[in-house]
Design a protein around this ligand. Sequence first.
Ligand SMILES: [Zn+2]
Length: 321
Amino acid sequence: MVVLDLEWNRGYDKKPLNEILQIGAVRVERLGGPIVGVFNACIRPTVHKKFDLGAKKLPDLGAFKSSHTRFPAAAEAFRTWCAGDRAFAGWGAGDVEALNENCKYWGLPPFEAEEFFDFQRAFAHAVGADQQVALWRAVEYCNVPDVFDYHSAVNDAMYTAVLGAWLTPEDLAWRPEPSPPRGRRAALKLSPLPFPRQPRQKVGPCRTPEDVLDGKEGRTPSCPLCGQREGIARWHFSVPEAGMPQRFYAVFTCPEHGRFLCRMILTQRPDGQWMGRRTVPGAAPELIREYAQALDGGVHVCRGGGGRRRRRRRRPPDHPG
Ligand SMILES: [Zn+2]
């Protein structure tokens, strides 16, 4: 069995490719068995000009930029290393699809997985969790020493393979039934007060997604009861299986009315500019679940959101010539 993990970058341009920056994999001969082979390729990015929010935070970003290996060479080396093994596993689904999307882009034949085992889904079943468990949390739960950086594909593949020891064939075969979790609203301590349906606020257009999330306009939603504007210091987002995160969640507090959940949806316009649509929806179970998932995903800390205000000096108008 090949336990696979990838790091990729979606960029901010119109080329719809999750460009793979790293292929990491380990081989095990049985579920939870010892690691008998390791594959690691750092890949030079050539498709997108910019790195998205997730890619910018990868610990090995420097190694990708300075790598001399391009995707076709890395993919062929990986194919050789797989040596015909068609049973793949990963933390979450979607890595084989992402790999094949890149193969298609470069005109290479796809990897044909006979089986794919989603260890994340199986782990949720094994421990009785009612939502997806982040890799680091599972590692912590199982008391596996976490001496290597996360979000390095080869390390994450290794952690995933080790966690296989906690899984049974029954866990691997399990499929979840959708059921809204109860009681999260209480855990979040959201305001129990009902409020009228809130209008959507347009934010932008801005040059980058960060500008939408960091700008004063973007991070000051209003209390749905009194209209008082409150500040947001950080946005949480689920790391999608493909593409860059587009839904961001935050909690803000009105001193008088309590805590509210706020959602921002980012879209890119045809001219490349970014728009945000911000809402303060009612605390429906679906929203609470999305927020809980985002808490296990990534965090965007707002620049300038720390309350320290800088006075800007007015610049004289530019002189032509
Ligand atoms: Zn209020």
